[in-house]
Design a protein around this ligand. Structure first.
Ligand SMILES: [Zn+2]
Length: 395
């Protein structure tokens, strides 16, 4: 079972400047016009990225899938370079190309830059090397790891609006607000800071089960009728109620929680990955039933704990807290013996893993799926360990 450290930030990205006390919103924002056909992967995007520096950034580059041909890339009105290949902390990111920001573009916090881009190409599943991403009419998931839009890893806080055109027969789901403006014409707006996760899924054959959840509706989207749908929605409802009693309403509460479950072979490379994003969108893992529900509890906890909130931008903290909460809720549901065996399994797994460099762990944070070290760190289940140590530990 893999639990990803996917960023799921919905906190308000406002921070007070220590020097002035002035509140500065350093969230970057994307505006994308997208045409996409899941039948063949044809993708055409034009748009803008407004960067507001979180901190001085002497150099930077955007990562984009190398299946896409860049026809326009301008920074503050001037053409900028596109280079083949993409290195992150000295490691080659598979399937990536680099859109280079000019040197010393962002010299201080709060400084702005505007990027214009256009690109097109055929983004098929075999061109997606990292993460769950898949392209097909029955099931498409375009996530961060698809690199289908330009990603600036150094600036993880972002907002986005996407106008998406797809053939009429598809239904699109996504975090936050999803508006169908007309046949095949969708507007997607997470309406919150979604760190590294502007994304959507679509299908021409969703199966949907809905459940009232207090003031919310939970909707389970799957490839076919799910025999365990009641059990799954019970798990969401139970965990949601449990954490709500502990912490009150999540900051990100919206009217609806969307849950995605690939309950058939839809072509995912890594079907055991799970994540939560936007405060209202959960992607479930596959695998053994109880472990799957345990992971689901963890993802529900992320509706409260994401991006290290409250009080910290540290993603490891949010992973540790979510893991801890899932364990304690699992104990409530399944008893102390379950908790004991779960912890023993985590300890065995931790011992079996070899240490990796902190560089790999940084990559793990940023790319998630191909690297499991950070995930396994949180699997140690040691809240304080996750809190204070970023390096490999065994617990
Ligand atoms: Zn998590």
């Amino acid at each position: 079972m893999v639990r990803l450290p996917k960023l799921m930030i919905s906190l308000v990205a406002l921070a007070a400047s220590a020097a002035t006390g002035r509140v500065v919103d350093t969230t970057n924002s994307y505006k994308l016009e997208v045409r996409f056909d899941p039948a063949n992967g044809d993708l055409a995007v034009q748009g803008t990225l407004n960067i507001v520096a979180d901190r001085p950034l002497p150099s930077g580059k955007l990562l984009l899938n190398d299946a896409l041909r860049v026809s326009r890339f301008e920074v503050n009105g001037a053409p900028a370079r596109v280079e083949p290949g993409y290195l992150l902390n000295g490691e080659k990111v598979p399937g990536g190309q680099a859109l280079m920001l000019p040197a010393n573009l962002l010299e201080k916090r709060g400084q702005r830059a505007k990027v214009h881009f256009s690109y097109d190409g055929r983004l098929t599943t075999d061109r997606i090397h990292v993460g769950r991403g898949v392209v097909s009419p029955r099931w498409t998931e375009l996530t961060l790891e698809s690199f289908w839009y330009p990603i600036l890893f150094e600036e993880p806080l972002l907002r986005s609006t996407i106008n998406l055109r797809v053939p009429e027969q598809y239904e699109v789901i996504a975090p936050g607000l999803v508006q169908k403006l007309g046949p095949g014409n969708w507007r997607l707006d997470p309406q919150a800071v979604v760190s590294g996760r502007i994304t959507f899924a679509l299908s021409n054959t969703w199966h949907v089960e809905r459940r009232g959840l207090g003031g919310l509706v939970a909707a389970l989207y799957s490839a076919k009728a799910e025999p365990r749908s009641n059990e799954i929605l019970d798990a969401v409802a139970g965990a949601h109620a449990h954490f709500r009693i502990m912490f009150g309403e999540p900051r990100t509460t919206k009217r609806r929680i969307t849950i995605l479950l690939a309950n058939a072979d839809v072509g995912l490379k890594y079907p055991n990955q799970a994540f939560a994003t936007g405060g209202d969108f959960i992607v479930m893992s596959n695998g053994e039933a109880q472990a799957q529900l345990d992971t689901l509890h963890h993802e529900v906890a992320h509706l409260w704990w994401s991006g290290g909130q409250p009080g910290s931008p540290d993603e490891l903290l949010s992973e540790s807290v979510s893991e801890y909460l899932a364990l304690r809720f699992g104990e409530v549901r399944w008893g102390k013996d379950w908790l004991r065996s779960r912890r023993a399994a985590m300890a065995r797994r931790s011992e079996a893993l070899k240490p990796r460099s902190s560089t790999s762990m940084t990559l793990a944070f940023r790319l998630g799926s191909r690297y499991s070290t950070i995930v396994d760190l949180t699997h140690c289940g040691c809240f304080t360990t996750g809190l204070v140590r970023l390096r490999w530990i065994s617990c």
